[in-house]
Ligand binder design. Structure first.
Ligand code: ISJ
Ligand code: MG
Length: 461
C-alpha cells in the first residue's frame, strides 16, 4: 500500500515540475492517515527544523494542528488582511492536492497571525513578526475526532527531480515520526519586572476621563511584565503545561526565528466549518473563588455588575452589527453566561451564524478585528487613544491568530493570556476594558490575574 502511495506522490511531483510556469508558486500537497501520535511529541521531534513550528489546540474540540517548516510564507508589512486572502487564493488555484479525507486542517493549510495595530510603530521586541504572516508548513500533523492525518506540502521548482524530492520527504517524515529519546525540562522565573505599573494606572484614569467627556465609550489598555528565566524555555514543555492547566482555552505557539509567541486564550474570534460560523463575545472579568461558596459569590456578582455588563455589551453590539453584513441566520442570546476558566471567569455570549456565499473567514476577521474586547469603542477613537497613550508594543498580542485550510475551514482566536518567549527571557501581556466607572487599582488587579496562566507555566508562581 505504501509503494502505491509513494508512486502517486512521485507522479504528482513529476507532473507539477513539468507543468510549472516561470513565475507561479506550485505547491503539491499529499495527505495520508496515521496511527495515533502525540502532537506534542511531533512538535518536539521537529525541533531540528527550529524557527518554523506552529502549534494549535482547539478550546473545545479534540482538535490539534502542528505545522513544521515552511513550504511558503504569505506575509506583508502592510495592514492588509485581504492581501493575504488574494495570495492564498492564487496559491490554491495552482496547487495539486491529494486529500481523500477532506477533514478540517488537512490539505493545504496556513497558520499564523497579525499585528494588533500595524499603524503603531513597532519596536525591536517584535522584529521577527510581520504585520501579517501566515506559514504554509512543509509538514502538518492534524488530530480530528480521534483520527490522525499527516500532510506533506512541497513547493516545486522547474529544476527539481521528483525522485529526489520524494527521498527528502521520506527522510524528514521518518525523523518527525521517530520516538523521542528525552523530554525538555521546565524553567523557573529568576526575576520579574513590571513595566511602569503606576504610569499604566494613570493612563487608566485618563481613559476614564476621556470616556466621561464622551470622547469614547470603552478603551482597552494593556501592559507588560518582563521575566528572566532560569534557562532557555523549551516550547514543548510550556505547551504541555498550558494544555494541562488551561483545558478550556486555545493553546497556541508560533515560532519565528529564535522567538516564540505562545499562549492559552479563551477568546474565539471566528470558527468556520463549511458555511457554519461561530464567534464569541468575551468581556467582563472576576477572579475564581478559593471555595465553592466564594466562587459562586464572584460569579453572581459578575453577572449583576453594571460596569462589567456594560463592558460586555459593547462587544455584543459590535459583533452583532459586524455579523449582519456577512452572515445570515444570526443567533446571539440576549443575556451572557459565565465562562469559568482556571484562574478567572468571564461574561460570555456565544454567536452562531451562516456565512453568506462569496465571503471567507479572512473577510470576517478583517471586519471584526479589533473587537471592543481588545480595542474599545468607537473603534477609531479607542485605537487613537491606545496609539497615543499606551506605553506598549502589543505586536501580535490581542490580535487574530489561527489557521485556514484549502476546504474553506478555519479557526481564529484573539491572542490574549500570552507571552513572547525569547530564549531565557519572556514578555507577558495583559489588558482590560476601561469604561466610565473603571477604577485604576481594580483594573490593575484584573490584569494581575490575567498574567497567571503564563506565569504559572514559566515557574513564576
Ligand atoms: C485584554 C484581555 O482580556 C480581554 C478583556 C476582558 C475584560 O477586561 O474583562 C476580558 C476578556 C478579554 O476580552 C487580556 O486578557 O489581556
Ligand atoms: Mg474587564
Amino acid at each position: 500500500m505504501l509503494k502505491i502511495k509513494e508512486d502517486l506522490l512521485e507522479s504528482m511531483l513529476d507532473k507539477a515540475i513539468h507543468s510549472i510556469q516561470s513565475s507561479n508558486i506550485k505547491l503539491v500537497s499529499y495527505t495520508k492517515q496515521l496511527d495515533d501520535i502525540n502532537p506534542l511529541s511531533f512538535f518536539e521531534a521537529a525541533k531540528s527544523i527550529r524557527g518554523n513550528r506552529s502549534f494549535w489546540k482547539s478550546s473545545v474540540d479534540d482538535f490539534y494542528m502542528v505545522g513544521v517548516g515552511a513550504a511558503f510564507e504569505i506575509e506583508t508589512e502592510q495592514p492588509d488582511i485581504l492581501y493575504i486572502e488574494n495570495k492564498w487564493q492564487t496559491i490554491l488555484e495552482d496547487a495539486m492536492i491529494h486529500n481523500p479525507y477532506q477533514v478540517p486542517g488537512t490539505g493545504i493549510v496556513a497558520l499564523g497571525g497579525m499585528a494588533f495595530d500595524p499603524y503603531k510603530k513597532s519596536t525591536d521586541l517584535w522584529k521577527n513578526y510581520n504585520a501579517s504572516q501566515f506559514t504554509i508548513p512543509e509538514f502538518t500533523l492534524t488530530k480530528h475526532n480521534g483520527n490522525f492525518y499527516f500532510t506533506s506540502i512541497v513547493r516545486v521548482n522547474k529544476n527539481d527531480h521528483a525522485k529526489q524530492l520524494l527521498h527528502q520527504l521520506k527522510g524528514k517524515e521518518k525523523e518527525l515520526l521517530s520516538p523521542l529519546e528525552d523530554w525538555p525540562e521546565k524553567v523557573s522565573v529568576v526575576s520579574k519586572e513590571e513595566i511602569k505599573p503606576e504610569q499604566w494606572k494613570q493612563t487608566v484614569q485618563k481613559a476614564t476621563e476621556e470616556i466621561k467627556k464622551c470622547n469614547a465609550e470603552k478603551i482597552v489598555l494593556a501592559r507588560e511584565i518582563r521575566l528572566q528565566l532560569s534557562n532557555q524555555a523549551e516550547v514543548s514543555n510550556v505547551l504541555e503545561q498550558l494544555i494541562d492547566t488551561q483545558p478550556t482555552s486555545y493553546i497556541f505557539a508560533f515560532e519565528h526565528g529564535e522567538d516564540c509567541f505562545i499562549g492559552a486564550t479563551p477568546e474565539r474570534l471566528v470558527k468556520l466549518e463549511g458555511r457554519e460560523l461561530l464567534s464569541t463575545c468575551l468581556a467582563g472579568t472576576a477572579p475564581r473563588g478559593m471555595t465553592e461558596e466564594e466562587d459562586q459569590k464572584y460569579k453572581f456578582s459578575l453577572l449583576q455588575d453594571q460596569k462589567n455588563r456594560e463592558e460586555h455589551d459593547f462587544v455584543v453590539q459590535m459583533i452583532k452589527h459586524a455579523m449582519e453584513e456577512y452572515c445570515e441566520n444570526i443567533d446571539i442570546p440576549n443575556e451572557p453566561v459565565i465562562l469559568a476558566l482556571t484562574n478567572l471567569q468571564h461574561l460570555y455570549t456565544p454567536v452562531r451564524a451562516t456565512l453568506k456565499e462569496g465571503y471567507s473567514i479572512l473577510n470576517i476577521i478583517d471586519n471584526l478585528h479589533p473587537t471592543p474586547a481588545l480595542g474599545g469603542t468607537p473603534r477609531k477613537e479607542s485605537l487613537e487613544f491606545i496609539r497615543h497613550y499606551e506605553q506598549l508594543d502589543r505586536g501580535w498580542y490581542g490580535a487574530p491568530i489561527g489557521w485556514l485550510d484549502s476546504n474553506e475551514n478555519g479557526e481564529f482566536a484573539v491572542a490574549i493570556r500570552s507571552g513572547l518567549i525569547q530564549g531565557n527571557r519572556a514578555t507577558l501581556f495583559a489588558g482590560c476594558g476601561i469604561v466610565e466607572d473603571s477604577n485604576p487599582e481594580a483594573e490593575y488587579e484584573e490584569t494581575n490575574i490575567k498574567f497567571l496562566p503564563m506565569l504559572s507555566v514559566l515557574g513564576g508562581l
